[in-house]
Ligand binder design. Structure first.
Ligand SMILES: NC(=O)c1ccc[n+]([C@@H]2O[C@H](COP(=O)([O-])OP(=O)(O)OC[C@H]3O[C@@H](n4cnc5c(N)ncnc54)[C@H](O)[C@@H]3O)[C@@H](O)[C@H]2O)c1
Length: 320
């Protein structure tokens, strides 16, 4: 694929906006399909704001104003015809996503690739019933998608691996460091591991072993200290493999295996808490402190990106 493409995105919510920003910043022309056209100006301003941040960080070659001119926001699906890649980031709902893919298939060329930013719906489920299921891939981004280097490219049972390789190459040109899953598994790599961590975090808090603050503090200072550098397998290499086997024997049977959702989480969600978005979460916030946390998270994302790039393993390091 050439370096400057017409790329489609669908949905300009939290993630869709940062995904569109990433692709615009990489030099492509973007057409974004949305459901409520009256939200177009708000979405455009949000994306312009992200582009201005990228510019301040020295990560944009053109001016934000020039870059945003390459963005068209529409509610007309036919404007996506002639786009070789379309990335969907709409609400996490199987029926909605499948309805959208059927609509897309009426206008896209048979070889156009559709990527879904689903968090945990199996790609095989999403592609079933499509005219060209082989062109649908999972394309899992991490927020804020215009800053993070994370991406998982996931094949469902009918995906054509050649398309997955094309997307991996393209994503590298967007500044990503993608991982390829050749077989579909619910939750992919990071969500499986993150949710195992969340389950154990609730186990410790709900059973009175530690407070929310203590769990957060421990993880930030232990896992948070090394994981951007090494990942779990490299970390075991660095710190001595046999001890991990010994601990596994004792600890695995003791870890939470609960299939119930945590009570604490159920109660918090029922009370209307959404996190910093509405200043209600596991911690107390005022609207001002919630905004400060959001801003600090963006600053941190840029800093950790710079640090990670200094230490990013090269392909040869990975196989040595
Ligand atoms: N939030 C995250 O950190 C995160 C991380 C990875 C993956 N995801 C996944 O990304 C997707 C979007 O998540 P989000 O957090 O951006 O949600 P969001 O609620 O902020 O945005 C969803 C957007 O999709 C729009 N939409 C719904 N149906 C549509 C349609 N048919 N056509 C066009 N637009 C439509 C909605 O209007 C809304 O703006 C979900 O599948 C989610 O699981 C989210």
């Amino acid at each position: 694929m050439s370096s400057q493409l017409r790329i489609g995105t669908v949905g300009l919510g939290l993630m869709g906006s940062s995904i569109a920003t990433c692709i615009l910043a990489a030099g492509h022309t973007v057409t974004s399909l949305i459901k409520e056209i009256e939200t177009a100006d708000e979405a455009r301003n949000r994306i312009l704001g992200y582009l201005q941040q990228l510019s301040q960080e020295g990560l944009l070659t053109d001016t934000p104003q020039t870059v945003i001119e390459r963005l068209t926001i529409t509610d007309d699906v036919s404007l996506l015809s002639n786009h070789p890649v379309v990335i969907e980031s709409i609400t996490e709902n199987i029926d909605e996503k499948k309805r959208l893919y059927q609509q897309l298939e009426t206008v896209l060329a048979p070889t156009a690739i559709i990527g879904s930013n689903t968090s945990a719906i199996p790609v095989s489920v999403l592609q079933s019933g499509l005219n060209h299921p082989e062109r649908l891939l999972g394309l899992h981004w991490a927020e804020p998608a215009h800053i993070t280097r994370f991406m998982e490219v996931i094949c469902g049972k009918d995906s054509d691996l050649a398309y997955a390789y094309e997307i991996v190459k393209l994503a590298e040109s967007w500044g990503k460091e993608p991982s390829l899953l050749k077989k579909d598994i619910r939750g992919f790599i990071t969500n499986r591991i993150m949710y195992a961590m969340l389950r154990e975090s609730f186990n410790l808090v709900e059973n009175g072993y530690a407070t929310i603050e203590d769990v957060d503090r421990s993880l930030r200072n232990d896992l948070g200290y090394w994981i951007t550098f090494a990942g779990p397998f490299r970390f075991m290499d660095l710190t001595g493999i046999p001890a991990y086997l010994t601990v596994m024997k004792d600890l695995f049977p003791d870890l939470s295996n609960s299939t119930e959702t945590p009570k604490l989480m159920e109660e918090l969600v029922a009370s209307g808490a959404k996190g910093v978005q509405n200043a209600q979460g596991f911690y107390p916030y005022t609207p001002e402190s919630a905004k400060e946390w959001e801003e600090k998270f963006i600053d941190f994302s840029y800093d950790i990106r710079k640090l990670a790039q200094t230490y990013t393993p090269t392909a040869t390091d990975d196989t040595k």
